[in-house]
Design a binder for this molecule. Structure first.
Ligand SMILES: [Zn+2]
Length: 144
């Protein structure tokens, strides 16, 4: 394929401009956003669709410091129960440690049975104060 194509999963936070952060050309990336940039079954389905339809071969996961949805699980459950009780079961997990969260989400992608082995997945923590991306090393890509 002549043109590299990308998919980016990141937080809905308006301070993040993911294509600019990664320096990928405009129009070459599918950008998925949710609260926290967490990997969920729904985002996995969208990523796999992105692979099939746009032909994305590189997926980027970006979570960030100073995230408004960085609440404890208990706090998040309370907020969601108070304000939107119907979405509690589908809510992304909150996270107290970004690197651990990114690594866990990379593993979740890696272990998913429908994620094609040729897809390369990269995880980052974006530091909003320093405007820096820190790459999170994935676990092993076992059996791909
Ligand atoms: Zn955020």
């Amino acid at each position: 394929m002549a043109t590299r194509r990308f998919a980016i999963l990141t937080c809905m936070d308006a301070r993040l401009d993911p294509t600019r952060l990664l320096g990928v050309p405009e129009g070459s990336a599918h950008v998925l956003r949710n609260a926290g940039g967490r990997v969920t079954e729904e985002t996995l389905q969208a990523l796999i669709l992105s692979y099939q339809v746009l032909g994305t071969r590189e997926w980027f996961l970006i979570q960030h410091t100073d995230c408004g949805v960085r609440l404890s699980d208990a706090s998040l459950a309370t907020v969601l129960t108070d304000q939107a009780p119907t979405i509690v079961s589908g809510a992304p997990a909150s996270f107290s440690d970004l690197t651990t969260a990114v690594a866990a989400d990379l593993a979740r992608i890696d272990l998913h049975p429908h994620v094609p082995g040729e897809v390369q997945v990269f995880g980052y923590v974006y530091d909003v104060r320093n405007n820096q991306l820190l790459e999170v090393q994935p676990g092993s890509r076992v059996g791909k």
